[in-house]
Design a protein around this ligand. Structure first.
Ligand code: ZN
Length: 358
């Protein structure tokens, strides 16, 4: 990934802004050290609501082979440098959800997770011969001691008709619906996936909506009409690099009401690429309103040329949240800090309701 290279940072700013931005960065650092965190609401905090951090690529393993050393902690360090405040690790199956709980438990206050079964994995409910047991195991994963304060949603669940080769439609429908039981029983919001399902997703969602507290449709790539249907169901919309590939995508993203918007990377997938309609927004100069915020810069190397501390090309990771934030802010023509503040509040309302936002 070379998204955060020269064009997107200091070099592209208006003349004279460089020194100023260094000063404000310094001031912000001092403030962080002296004032309790709740008081600097202007400080950019970016929660990543969807990162698949149980993927072996974050341990340096690609298709079963060790491509480079495990750089998981370095990856998290970069995320912190990029002002990522929270990462919700996606659980895509029972096994993955258990791993996610364990992983998130190792980084309290920074990593959280979901527990559920992705539509393409729903055959797993039946493969072991006892779907009720699979459900009971998911519920036990949410209710385990280790999950307290760690599990913030049921999911990733939903429907995906682009990948029926992994799981037939009827099976997806059956176990998506089953996961509403899990959300209802645990009181957790839902982390939802919907891909090319006609009206099926919305129909099922509408039928079950009263049973669940809240939900976000992540990695949204739908039309304006689909957006309106989801908003009518009082759902939130998750935007990542895949949600902004085309000019039409960007238009739809701009139509998401700001109090319904959440941001994510979907790492290691969905990186913003030079061929995407989103890319030019990354190279636009930051406006004067962004003086308090400066994107961090990271080196990026091919995995074969791995270097400690550098990102790995082609492997998206949470530090690129700053790029998602920047594109959305530029496309919607609002200050980065204002957008970040609103997205943070939206995220807390759904996933961290106990946080004090005053
Ligand atoms: Zn998804």
């Amino acid at each position: 990934m070379k998204l955060i290279g020269k064009a997107g940072t200091k070099e592209s700013r208006a003349p004279g802004s460089k020194a100023m931005s260094h000063m404000t960065t310094l001031t912000a650092t001092v403030r962080c050290l002296t004032i309790p965190s709740f008081s600097f609401d202007h400080h950019v905090r970016i929660p990543d609501i969807g990162a698949n951090l149980t993927d072996p690529v974050f341990r340096g393993r690609y298709r079963g082979k060790q491509g480079h050393p495990d750089d998981f902690d370095q990856m998290l360090e970069r995320a912190k440098r990029a002002n990522v405040s929270d990462i919700i690790v996606t659980g895509g199956s029972l096994t993955e959800s258990r791993e996610a709980v364990k992983l998130a438990g190792n980084y309290p206050g920074f990593l959280y997770c979901t527990v559920g079964c992705h539509p393409t994995r729903c055959l797993e409910f039946e493969q072991r011969g006892d779907p009720d047991q699979y459900y009971a195991d998911l519920l036990a994963t949410v209710n385990a001691d280790a999950a307290r304060g760690v599990v913030v949603a049921v999911g990733e669940c939903g429907l995906d008709y682009d990948r029926l080769q992994f799981c037939p439609k009827e099976v997806q429908l059956k176990y998506f619906e089953k996961q509403f039981d899990l959300a209802e029983r645990t009181g957790l919001p839902m982390f939802l996936h919907n891909r090319n399902t006609g009206s099926d997703f919305v129909d099922l969602m509408r039928r079950n909506r009263p049973r669940v507290s809240n939900g976000v449709v992540h990695s949204f790539t739908g039309t304006l009409a689909e957006l309106r249907e989801l908003l009518a169901l009082d759902l939130y919309i998750g935007i990542n690099g895949c949600s902004m590939k085309t000019a039409d995508n960007i238009e739809v993203m701009r139509a998401v009401p700001i109090d319904r918007l959440m941001l994510e990377t979907d790492a290691p997938w969905c990186d913003i690429r030079p061929t995407h309609a989103s890319y030019p927004y990354l190279t636009r100069p930051l406006g004067p309103d962004a003086e308090d915020w400066e994107p961090a810069t990271f080196e990026s190397k091919k995995k074969e040329r791995f270097v400690d501390g550098a990102m790995v090309k082609g492997r998206n990771e949470p530090c690129t949240m700053q790029d998602v934030l920047r594109v959305v802010a530029a496309a919607r023509q609002i200050p980065v800090a204002e957008l970040a503040g609103q997205v943070y509040r939206n995220t807390c309302r759904v996933f961290f309701p106990k946080r004090n936002l005053d």
